[in-house]
Design a protein around this ligand. Structure first.
Ligand SMILES: [Zn+2]
Ligand SMILES: [Zn+2]
Length: 511
């Protein structure tokens, strides 16, 4: 047998291609568990296996099943978790549903097939199947996906667990973005890693079943299930506690976060300050008013902002609206910009990382995306300054909450104000949605942002969703950066990649 095969027992081997394919066989006939890209067919031919009787899928992800038509070109049946049947058969409905394209705050499911795969039989927890020399038991083991199934294969005197992507190797997991899941009534958007306990509980069920070998879809065959799961649990827990300790969510949902972990507290809480008198805050919009009564507006997520400004114009509280600045592309910050432009006719200004998304949303697939294309009249670069009334404004790329996010420094009236979009609250970082692309590492993502704040030393920060400005000290910024550095170290142990972003960023192809 070639190097891409791992023999488990007389009637079972693993084809180790893009995914691990379980091959249970007798004579010229085989039953497969997952198919990957279909390249397993060549190996089956070399091994003298002429006929694939059936295929069992652990879960609906594209990488598990994209090669099905090749593998079943000569016929054969398919089996999948009952809970995920539609995600195989009705993929066109998924892709055609605008709910899965615009204003997306849910990430279960994701990585859906692009071509439908017909399913001939489905499995629920506890269902069994006899196939030639093997007896197969289906176990519902959610975590990587909600409907994921583990197939326990009793063959040749052993019990082998095909566990999908619950685990990658001893103490390792394939990725963290698949664990994005809502908790305490919040959307998936707020739940970075929240499915980690489900992963561990599912693995413990498999361990309790007496399986002696774990075969993950990606990664290595595991022959010490308990040791592998113990290590994975400890590492997931450590990363999660590190993550919670810098979370912006303590500001918004302290009780819910406490429920996630009774032992963790935020490492820093920045003091809040009074709002300077020349600022206004409506919805998610901050506004700066010049001494001459002119207005600079940041973001416009709802028509409420427009109505308020109309009222101030009518009463003479303000003279005119001069410009609209966009902090980032999320719908709750841009949804009403088309109406705003129409009503006030002022230029829209955005930093280039933001401008590229809002001006052409059709080209992007991101969370909380608004379908309305917004023409940006003035695209500014990182570090570019300009004068507006008595203020100096400087634009920055600020890849915090999202990679497509900016910051604006407003200097004037003896103050240096930094508008950080949604990126920070007094308790830390808004990195709770992996699909926003919060890259980790020295000089990227939040490390870049915190370094910038350390250099700029603004008097106060403004978050679009927080009523009062706040002022993290140098020590606070340092603590957050240290936790991020620690997170990189922990993730290098937990994830099977040199660069942890390969397991954090859903949009990159792994090397
Ligand atoms: Zn998967
Ligand atoms: Zn946002």
């Amino acid at each position: 047998m070639s190097a891409t095969l791992t023999t488990i027992s007389q009637h079972l081997f693993i084809y180790r291609g893009a995914v691990n394919v379980g091959v249970i066989y007798r004579g010229e006939e085989a039953l497969l568990i997952d198919v990957g890209d279909g390249s397993v067919v060549d190996t089956l031919n070399e091994c003298g296996i002429r006929w694939v009787d059936g295929v069992l899928f652990t879960h609906h992800h594209h990488d598990q099943a994209s090669g099905t038509s090749r593998v079943l070109a000569g016929g054969g049946w398919t089996g999948a978790p009952e809970a995920e049947r539609a995600l195989f058969e009705e993929v066109n409905a998924y892709w055609n549903d605008p709910k899965n394209r615009w204003h997306v705050y849910h990430f279960r499911p994701h990585n859906v097939l692009t071509e439908p795969v017909p399913i001939h039989r489905t499995f629920m927890d506890g269902d069994t199947l006899r196939w030639a020399p093997a007896r197969i038991t289906a176990l519902h083991t959610p975590g990587h996906t909600d409907g994921s199934m583990t197939y326990l294969v009793d063959v040749d005197g052993q019990r082998i667990a095909f566990c999908g992507d619950l685990i990658y190797d001893e103490g390792k997991i394939l990725d963290l973005y698949s664990l994005q899941k809502g908790f305490g009534g919040l959307t998936d958007y707020h739940g970075f890693m929240s499915a980690w306990r489900e992963v561990v509980a599912s693995l413990r069920r498999i361990e309790a079943s007496g399986a002696t070998v774990l075969v993950p879809s990606h990664g290595n065959v595991i022959r010490d299930p308990k040791g592998a799961i113990d290590l994975l649990e400890a590492r997931l827990h450590a990363v999660y506690e590190n993550y919670l300790s810098t979370s912006a969510l303590w500001h918004y949902f302290p009780t819910l976060l406490q429920e996630q972990s009774p032992t963790v507290k935020p490492v820093a809480v920045a003091p809040s300050l009074p709002v300077p008198p020349f600022l206004r805050h409506v919805g998610t919009s901050w506004m700066v008013q010049s001494a001459s009564g002119r207005l600079l507006v940041m973001d416009c997520g709802s028509e409420e902002v427009i109505h308020q400004i109309e009222g101030w114009l009518a009463s003479g509280e303000i003279e005119a609206v001069d410009a609209l600045w966009i902090t980032h592309y999320h719908d709750d910050h841009v949804d009403a910009i088309p109406q705003f432009r129409q009503r006030f006719g002022c230029p829209v200004i955005a930093e280039e990382s933001v401008a590229q998304v809002v001006s052409n949303p059709d080209a992007w697939r991101l969370p909380c995306l608004s379908p309305w294309a917004i023409p940006v009249d003035r695209v500014v670069k990182h570090g570019e300054s300009w004068r507006w009334q008595e203020f100096t404004l400087t634009a920055y790329h600020f890849p915090g909450q999202s990679l497509y996010h900016s910051g604006l420094l407003v200097e004037g009236r003896g103050l240096r104000l930094f508008f950080c979009g949604d990126s920070l609250t007094p308790t830390g970082l808004d990195d709770y949605c992996a699909f926003n692309r919060n890259l980790l590492g020295e000089g990227v993502g939040y490390d870049f942002c915190l370094q910038l704040l350390h250099e700029l030393q603004p008097d106060m920060l403004f978050n679009c969703h927080v009523d009062a400005p706040f002022a993290p000290s140098s020590a606070d910024l340092k603590k957050w950066r240290e936790m991020l550095q620690q997170r990189v170290t922990l993730l290098k142990q937990l994830l099977p990649y040199d660069d942890p972003n390969d397991g954090l960023d859903p949009y990159r192809t792994r090397g």
